[in-house]
Design a protein around this ligand. Structure first.
Ligand SMILES: O=C(O)CCC(=O)C(=O)O
Ligand SMILES: [Fe+2]
Length: 303
């Protein structure tokens, strides 16, 4: 138990170092601030009996909805599902998501932002890292500012006013979702498969800001990278699917994946999604007779 405690605290410190770098602070910022001085990592061992509620109205609940108080929480489970994460899903995101999954969803007709609990896919190869309330206060404001600045530049590049996305309401109730990632670095046993940390995908939202610890692994499809690439001392900024929709395909969302290179790897991804109620339609300045709108909000096709 002591060994487990020590290695979890080390992982936590490494992740907080990355959070600091992602915030444009020195890696040891939180250490210098004294956050680890007399720090106690509290380990809670949990057992859920699995008993179902007798009342049909109530959802059977092991632990009711909450956020954790501190900086970060690292969660390891036995692989039995149950953990859910509250997701704010916009109508546009939902369309995109179900397009991707090739299936229909009744909520597609509501045109409203939804707050839903999504099952968290538990995988015994990973920790789930929850951002605590203190860290959220620190990060959310900062990432909103960086994101706003970048989106101002995107607007200027599209021949729009710098505050275009702000005026559209994209930042009204915007949440920057921070995902702290650790890749174990284990290589696949099968020779046919490429050793994969995260399979090829594009991100859903407007922009993603990505900071890594310098271990290679991230590949971007359009560059046709032969070797896993490293970007140092910078954020990698990925364009998301909603930005592709907004710009009528002028800004393509970035297809990317993470290969396993036999070395442990950490990264911090900040997903900038628009306000869940913001309508994402092809911008006029990106459409012409030659390039008519490629994306419509066509609800009928979802039956
Ligand atoms: O870890 C990385 O470099 C990429 C992570 C990523 O693409 C994602 O979480 O969507
Ligand atoms: Fe991604």
């Amino acid at each position: 138990m002591e060994r487990y405690y020590k290695s979890v605290v080390d992982v936590g410190k490494k992740l907080l170092g990355l959070v600091a770098l992602a915030l444009d602070l020195e890696e040891n910022f939180f250490e210098r601030l004294g956050a680890f001085n007399d720090q106690a990592a509290v380990v809670r061992l949990l057992r859920y009996s699995g008993e179902l509620n007798s009342s049909k109205e109530e959802e059977p609940c092991g632990a009711s909805a909450h956020s954790d108080f501190g900086m970060l929480t690292l969660l390891a489970t036995d692989g039995v599902p149950g953990l859910q994460v509250l997701a704010f899903i916009s109508h546009n995101l939902l369309i995109k998501k179900y397009e991707f999954l090739h299936c229909s969803n009744k909520w597609l007709h509501t045109k409203k932002a939804l707050k839903t609990y999504e099952d968290f896919c538990v995988n015994n190869q990973c920790f789930v890292v929850n951002i605590g309330d203190l860290m959220e206060r620190w990060t959310n404001g900062l990432f909103r500012d960086v994101g706003k600045k970048l989106l101002g530049l995107v607007a200027l590049a599209l021949d729009l006013e710098e505050n275009f996305f702000e005026r559209l309401g994209a930042f009204n109730d915007q949440a920057a979702v921070v995902r702290l990632l650790r890749y174990s670095g284990e290589l696949n046993s099968s020779k046919e498969e490429e050793p994969c940390g995260a399979s090829a995908h594009s991100d859903f939202g407007m922009l993603t800001l990505l900071a890594t610890d310098g271990v290679p692994g991230l590949q971007v499809c359009r560059d046709k990278d032969k070797e896993p690439n490293v970007w140092e001392d910078c954020f990698v900024v990925n364009i998301g699917d909603l930005m592709e929709r907004w710009t009528n395909g002028l800004f393509r969302s970035t297809m990317h994946r993470v290969l396993s290179v036999g070395e442990e790897r950490y990264s911090v991804a900040v997903f900038l999604d628009p306000d869940p109620n913001c309508v994402v339609e092809c911008l006029e300045s990106c459409c012409s007779q030659t390039y008519p709108p490629r994306y419509y909000l066509n609800f009928d096709c979802w039956g």
